[in-house]
Design a protein around this ligand. Structure first.
Ligand SMILES: [Zn+2]
Length: 254
């Protein structure tokens, strides 16, 4: 059961990564968790607003919300959203850069990797595309190949696919043997499908490790003098999509 320190961790997580992001969707279908509200009531009350502050007293958390048009300035504010973690609740927030953080009840020793079907109440923010763990192959192909931006920048674009951060993007590109700077317009269908399989496999490993992200095969080789764990060639470094990027000089040659 989450005790006060865990509840405070959950509150701080909301304060750190969930404030100021416009709410575009609310899943409030679970009538037990959302009691006494009926399905749709919380959705109607929160959609279009932002969370503006997260408070805690004892084990109860409540969030203030903005006016209906997301305006930060003075004006009518929205309702407070009360949250109680109950017997085993956790707060999970995907940050804008794709980092997934959790706070609340500590996972037990037998903790399973988190599953989407365990979510009981969900806010979706405007900056989020489809969740990387749930995107379908067809959605992925459509999102990944549109335009001419570098494929790594596209993987990191949270408005297209939410949940891939810098390290995971390098791991996905390495697994799929795709050069990070490849313009997405040049990706063949087989490239897109390899990237999709790599995305699924990399996320599955990261989630199995408890939401960590330092679990990939190539991440330890992201350093000067590092060599590719698959073919032994030298790892090279550059900036792609504005982010520090490492790739295999042989298998991911541009
Ligand atoms: Zn290699």
């Amino acid at each position: 059961m989450p005790e006060l320190p865990e509840v405070e961790t959950a509150r701080r997580l909301i304060a750190d990564v969930a404030l100021g992001r416009r709410i575009t969707g609310v899943d409030d279908a679970d009538t037990f968790v959302c009691r006494p509200h009926s399905p749709g009531e919380l959705r109607d009350a929160l959609t279009g607003r932002t969370l503006t502050a997260a408070h805690r007293r004892g084990k109860t958390i409540w969030c203030e919300t903005s006016g209906p048009d997301d305006s930060a300035g003075p004006g009518p504010l929205g309702p407070d959203l009360g949250i109680h973690l109950g017997m085993s609740g956790r707060i999970v927030v995907t940050a804008k850069d794709g980092w997934v953080a959790e706070g609340g009840d500590p996972p037990g020793r037998d903790a399973q990797p988190r599953k989407a079907e365990w979510d009981r109440f969900t806010l979706e923010f405007a900056d989020g595309g489809p969740d990387a763990a749930e995107v379908t192959p067809a959605q992925f192909r459509a999102l990944i190949t549109k335009g001419s931006i570098a494929v790594k920048a596209r993987l990191l674009d949270q408005s297209k696919i939410a949940g891939v951060g810098n390290l995971l993007a390098d791991e996905i590109l390495w697994q799929a043997k795709v050069a990070p700077a490849t313009p997405v317009s040049r990706l063949r269908r087989t490239d897109a499908d390899r990237l999709y399989r790599a995305l699924r496999s990399v996320l599955a490993s990261a989630l199995a490790a408890g939401g960590g992200e330092h679990t990939g095969d190539v991440i330890a080789a992201r350093r000067p003098g590092g060599s590719c764990p698959r073919c032994g060639a030298e790892m090279v470094h550059g900036t792609v999509g504005g982010r520090s990027t490492w790739w295999c000089s042989r298998e991911q040659a541009a």
